[in-house]
Design a binder for this molecule. Structure first.
Ligand SMILES: Nc1ncnc2c1ncn2[C@@H]1O[C@H](COP(=O)(O)OP(=O)(O)OP(=O)(O)O)[C@@H](O)[C@H]1O
Length: 739
């Protein structure tokens, strides 16, 4: 409709002034009758000699003058001798220069492009073109045509043009045919197109409403979506079929038949588990079954404790200058004689102290021990507390990314196991089923494993309810620490966390030394107070600088969600200034000096050490950094000394982090935490969210909001149910059947 208001300009490309290969942004000159017009816009792969129909708007650039900003571009290949010659002699086809272009036109005339694409051997008729070079020219042209058709296809169906490069990388020259044959593959992890969009494309390409291709894609999507977004490892058969029925608007019986086909083909697994007819994606089924089997076996094995274990533990206590509480001593003893154990407890119950004792014991037993945690920040803290190196589980397993499958690959696995006699994992509540399966796969047969964590923290983002399932199965040897140590008990943060966990409201009037409640009833006064705390009160009165304060909210949206908080905090803490670069992305303007967060695991990102020569790959969900500079299209971010350059196509992975959701703060600790607690969807206003927020604070925790909201959160112990078969597999001893 809008297109009618746009100007239409048609002509031949005379010269391409600039072209960005990543996003296709192009500046070119177009011959329009006797005039030359400058056109700018997204036109990937456009070359001189091509004929373009451009619809767009005229703009005036301060330096370059009048330009047409292209919005819709239709391209057709050069026609007629003049256009074809122009095109070939421009260097658009690799292997053909000006002189060769002339000879090709003399020999084949208007058929030149058809010959090059379909029958390049004929090019050998031209003096100087060997059969090898002829084939290379044909190949280069076909490749260009392939990309070009792909781009046209994506444009026509309003799909992001960045997909062209990804699809070409995955399927080479036949990418377009592959997508046409099955548009649903665009939903896969490596392409990330919305299901509704892929479905719309499929229907537009003539796939029937009830075509098995569509039904199968719907079922597989429903499973993958629930694994990723809702943390389920399986779906009950009926739920899966009904939900897919709603998604696709087709009758359930039809989907039942289709599910049978998927099961027959091994693309889904069906098993009766935990009283359910559970349908799994095969990878998750195998991961869950493997964890149950491996941990089941490890739990059954008993090891000979070292001679004089008691004396050893006494010596460790003396060196640590503490006396273990009975539960702690029991934990260290258990670690000596069992191959796997769980160590759990709330804040201040001495988990870390105990973990250090176990590490020391393993050391004295001559065991090489690896320390690991699920996030970079948790690993850093663990390393500092233990005075030794700790890494993320991903790094321990030397995780890489396979661009062809879009999946993770672990260089450490059963064929190349970890060179460790023992592995200790902290913050295990954040570990999901696929990662635990990968870790277990990389352990030597007799390697010990100690899993430490707090089961009342929010569960992992990824599928499974791993840590809580392991504890509740009662199969894995477990020590639960319950005593809060005096030192920790002096902290109102620790006391309040335990109260909340028991469903009791902490005393909000006490305004103790490190736990404060500021009553605010409307969103604007919450925002004002949070800003004032960060900008003035905490830095001036408590000596805590703004960059050591983390603002949290249970929700993204609404008046006190992270979106609104980020707007006001950016304005207050990092206002615009002439020398600060800026770049808009969606509804956010990134500015040099902004605090930002990487919001996806990306194993492909290259970082280099600030001021140093070392570099490495990979940034992880939850990593927080500061924008150092914005120059042109490049945003440079410093993540604690690791410097990363973000190009425009990567900006979807970067979010402002003056305020983040409680879910995103999992596994991180901050000197001071401010929680905005006023409003949010009931599924977000839970006890687990409040508990996790409180336990993120080391020195100071402040709630800004409404007492009634806090009370509701304490009372709301609803845990979103996750379908998972791990507990049942362990408890039923189903792993023994495989022995
Ligand atoms: N046996 C003990 N005797 C005296 N103090 C202890 C003992 N064990 C732990 N503590 C002290 O209790 C406090 C909390 O211990 P620790 O940090 O190990 O707990 P945690 O469970 O890891 O807590 P968090 O989850 O909050 O990190 C620390 O100050 C520690 O020194």
């Amino acid at each position: 409709m809008e297109q009618r208001e746009l100007e239409l300009v048609e002509g031949t490309v005379s010269v391409v002034i600039y072209q960005n290969e990543d996003n296709g942004y192009t500046i070119l000159k177009l011959d329009v009758r006797d005039e030359e017009v400058t056109v700018v816009g997204t036109m990937p792969g456009v070359a001189p000699g091509e004929y373009l129909s451009v619809r767009g708007r005229w703009t005036r650039h301060p330096t370059y003058g009048v330009q047409l900003k292209a919005q819709v571009v239709e391209r057709r290949l050069p026609q007629g001798l003049k256009e074809i010659f122009h095109y070939l002699s421009s260097g658009a086809v690799k292997g053909i220069g000006k002189a060769t272009a002339r000879l090709v036109i003399e020999e084949f005339g208007e058929e030149a492009l058809t010959v090059i694409e379909d029958d390049p051997d004929q090019l050998t008729k031209i003096r100087g073109i060997s059969p090898k070079r002829a084939r290379q020219i044909g190949e280069a042209f076909r490749q260009q045509m392939g990309t070009r058709r792909l781009v046209e296809f994506l444009t026509e169906h309003q799909l992001p043009l960045e997909l062209a490069a990804l699809l070409h990388r995955a399927y080479g020259d036949v990418a377009l045919e592959v997508v046409r044959a099955n548009p649903y593959l665009l939903v896969n992890e490596e392409f990330r197109v919305e299901f509704s969009q892929a479905d719309g494309l499929a229907l537009a390409l003539g796939v029937g409403h009830e075509d098995p291709l569509r039904l199968e894609a719907g079922l597989l999507f429903e499973m993958a979506h629930n694994n990723l977004n809702n943390g389920h490892t399986f779906l009950p058969r009926r739920k899966l079929v009904e939900a897919t029925g709603v998604l696709l608007e087709v009758p359930c019986q039809m989907l039942e038949d289709c599910l049978t086909t998927l099961l027959d083909r091994g693309e889904a697994e069906l098993e009766r588990i935990a009283g359910q007819e559970a349908v799994y994606l095969p990878a998750l089924h195998d991961a869950e079954a493997f964890i149950a089997q491996r941990l089941g076996e490890m739990s059954a094995s008993r090891l000979l404790p070292p001679d004089g274990l008691d004396r050893l533990i006494d010596r460790i206590q003396r060196e640590q200058r503490i006396t273990y509480a009975p539960q702690q001593r029991q934990a260290v003893e258990l670690a000596a004689e069992r191959q796997v154990m769980l160590l759990t407890g709330g804040p201040g119950t001495g988990k870390t102290t105990c973990l250090r004792g176990v590490l020391d014991l393993f050391d004295r037993m001559g065991l090489e021990t690896a320390l690991a945690a699920p996030t970079g920040r948790a690993a850093k803290r663990l390393g500092e507390l233990c005075g030794t190196e700790a890494s993320t589980i991903h790094r321990l397993l030397e995780t890489g990314f396979d661009p062809h499958s879009g999946r993770l690959v672990f260089a450490k696995n059963s064929y190349a196991p970890l060179q460790a006699d023992a592995v200790i994992v902290d913050e295990t509540s954040m570990v999901d089923v696929p990662l635990m399966a990968a870790l277990l796969d990389a352990l030597e047969g007799d390697c010990r494993l100690v899993l430490v964590g707090d089961p009342d923290q929010l569960p992992s983002v990824g599928p499974g309810n791993l840590f809580a399932d392991l504890i509740r199965s009662k199969v894995v040897p477990t020590v639960r620490l319950t005593e809060i140590f005096r030192q920790a008990a002096q902290s109102a943060i620790v006391r309040s966390a335990h109260l909340v966990n028991r469903g009791e409201l902490p005393d909000l009037r006490a305004n103790d030394s490190d736990f404060f409640f500021l009553s605010r009833r409307d969103p604007q006064s919450v925002l004002d107070t949070v800003v004032d705390l960060c900008r003035r009160r905490l830095p001036e009165r408590m000596g805590i600088p703004a960059d050591q304060i983390q603002v949290l909210s249970p929700t993204r949206r609404r008046g006190t969600g992270t979106r609104a908080l980020n707007q006001v905090l950016q304005q207050a803490l990092n206002p615009p200034r002439e020398d600060k670069g800026e770049r808009r992305f969606g509804d956010w303007v990134f500015r040099a000096g902004d605090k930002v967060m990487q919001v996806r695991n990306n194993y492909d990102i290259l970082w280099r050490e600030e001021g140093g020569t070392s570099s490495g790959m990979g940034m992880f969900n939850g990593d927080i950094g500061v924008i150092r500079s914005i120059q042109g299209e490049i945003i440079t971010v410093d993540f604690d000394g690791k410097v990363v350059e973000y190009t425009p196509d990567m900006l979807g992975e970067l979010e402002p982090a003056f305020a983040v959701t409680v879910h995103k703060a999992q596994g991180s600790e901050y000197r001071a935490v401010i929680l905005a607690a006023l409003e949010g969807a009931p599924m977000l206003m839970t006890r687990g969210v409040l508990y996790t927020a409180i336990t993120r604070a080391r020195e100071l925790f402040i709630i800004v909001g409404d007492q009634g909201t806090v009370a509701q959160m304490v009372a709301n112990d609803r845990q979103t149910r996750r379908y998972s078969g791990l507990r049942a597999r362990l408890a039923e001893g189903s792993w023994t059947r495989n022995e």
